[in-house]
Design a protein around this ligand. Structure first.
Ligand SMILES: Nc1nc2c(ncn2[C@@H]2O[C@H](COP(=O)(O)OP(=O)(O)OP(=O)(O)O)[C@@H](O)[C@H]2O)c(=O)[nH]1
Ligand SMILES: *[C@@H]1O[C@H](CO)[C@@H](O)[C@H](O)[C@H]1NC(C)=O
Ligand SMILES: [Mg+2]
Length: 391
């Protein structure tokens, strides 16, 4: 057979084949499409119903009344120079949650925000943005503080290479987050807050509305990561707390979570704290007389300046003493990173249901330096599936 004859024959076969394929595909044969192999991405309506149910089993309740927003806002304390780091955080929060809800976002700063910062963050946030300047007297030395003593303390902690030990602004920041952000005029418009810091990541879809969960389940404070504090930053914090407990026994809650933070009935602090760079909490609680009395006791004792008390142990001790243990919530399904720790849900089912992209081997929950196992144990909570293989 000549070469050209062979080609003619191939051509004829091909034509017959194509015609056959065309006829069959027009009639009954189902051509598999990609949707046969991979489930189609559910619509938001479906997520509300069906994903919601798996969410219930991991803790986050889904009511079907999601069209109704809770009286809540995101809040970020930042400098103008934090612009690119906060842009990344906002993008994460929007993609994984807020694009479906459009909650407001309040930005606070000890200086004025510049136009570049405002323009970009307003473009990224799907809700309404508000920009507030911190009043001078919330970001300066109270008159009872001896500023020479404070300076010497900073120099000494700097020499000892304690993290942020010599940093003055960091101290104002920790004091502000401990005692003031929730009473900024812009924050007075809300009942709940979700704190977001620069350069964080969210790794899973948030299955529902955490604000609504807080409200419907009477939660006042919540966390994703907990760990032990550096002792050198808080040597006399517990003395101050004991002074408060003595002068205000009426503020200590029945059924509190004291056992989480003390292993000897309140004699000493075990340094466990919720990591406050992530928080979803009740502003009403922080504005309560209990919390304000607590903060002023600590503030008058001077450790924000003479030591380097962080807002994380300050909030955590308050929550553990003045709330009922079940008013504090651990979010297994909010997967989170702030340098250097990750919370990634232990259970593979949760990770797949919520389209997580975190590495389970990086989950910090059950590591030695974490307090989360203690949180589960003292509250007799059931640990999530898969936790034991991550230890
Ligand atoms: N406006 C303002 N915001 C600040 C200042 N210092 C820190 N912040 C903000 O306060 C929050 C905590 O500060 P970070 O520097 O993240 O402190 P950190 O999380 O303890 O430590 P790293 O993130 O590890 O550096 C962040 O939202 C910062 O943007 C400041 O001097 N002025
Ligand atoms: C939201 O909460 C604040 C603080 O409690 C309150 O003043 C305000 O009226 C509330 N707004 C709405 C719409 O309920
Ligand atoms: Mg930070």
């Amino acid at each position: 057979m000549s070469v050209s004859a062979r080609y003619t024959r191939y051509l004829a076969f091909a034509l017959v084949g194509l015609t056959f394929f065309y006829l069959v595909s027009r009639s009954s044969l189902e051509i598999p499409t990609s949707s046969s192999f991979a489930p189609a991405r559910p619509t938001y309506e479906e997520v509300k119903g069906e994903k919601a149910q798996s969410a219930v089993s991991v803790g986050l309740d889904q009511s079907n009344s999601q069209t109704q927003r809770v009286n809540a806002t995101f809040v970020t304390l930042a400098r103008n120079s934090d612009i690119w780091e906060i842009a990344k955080s906002i993008r994460n929060v929007e993609d994984r949650f807020n694009r479906n809800f459009h909650y407001d976002w309040v930005f606070l700063n000890d200086k004025d925000f510049d136009d570049e910062f405002k323009k970009l963050t307003t473009a990224l946030v799907s809700g309404t943005t508000h920009y507030g300047r911190i009043p001078e007297d919330h970001w300066s030395y109270p008159d009872w503080i001896d500023q020479d003593k404070a300076r010497e303390a900073r120099q000494e902690m700097g020499r000892k290479k304690i993290i942020y030990g010599d940093n003055e602004a960091y101290r104002h920041m920790c004091r502000y987050e401990s005692g003031f952000f929730f009473r900024h005029p812009l924050m007075m418009n809300y009942e709940y807050y979700w704190r977001v810091e620069p350069s964080i990541e969210l790794f899973c879809d948030v299955p529902g509305d955490p604000f609504r969960f807080m409200k419907e389940n009477n939660k006042k404070y919540s966390f994703v990561i907990s760990l032990y504090e550096y002792y050198e930053t808080i040597p006399t914090l517990w003395d101050s707390v004991k002074g408060f407990m003595k002068s205000h026994p009426e503020h200590i809650a029945d059924g509190n979570a004291m056992e989480f933070i003390s292993e000897d009935g309140g004699e000493t602090y075990n340094k466990c704290h919720f990591w406050s760079n992530f928080e979803i909490g009740s502003l009403e609680w922080l504005r309560s007389k209990q919390y304000i009395d607590y903060f002023s006791t600590l503030d008058h004792d001077g450790g924000f300046f003479y030591e380097r008390w962080g807002d994380a142990p300050v909030h955590s001790i308050a929550a553990s003493l003045m709330l009922k243990a079940d008013e504090i919530h651990f979010w297994n399904e909010i997967a989170y990173y702030h340098v250097p720790f990750t919370h990634c849900p232990s259970s593979e089912k949760t990770r797949l249901d919520l389209r997580c992209h975190c590495k389970p081997s990086e989950n910090f929950d059950w590591a030695g330096y974490s307090c989360t196992k203690r949180w589960f144990d003292v509250n007799k909570l059931q640990k999530p599936d898969g936790w034991d293989s991550q230890q």
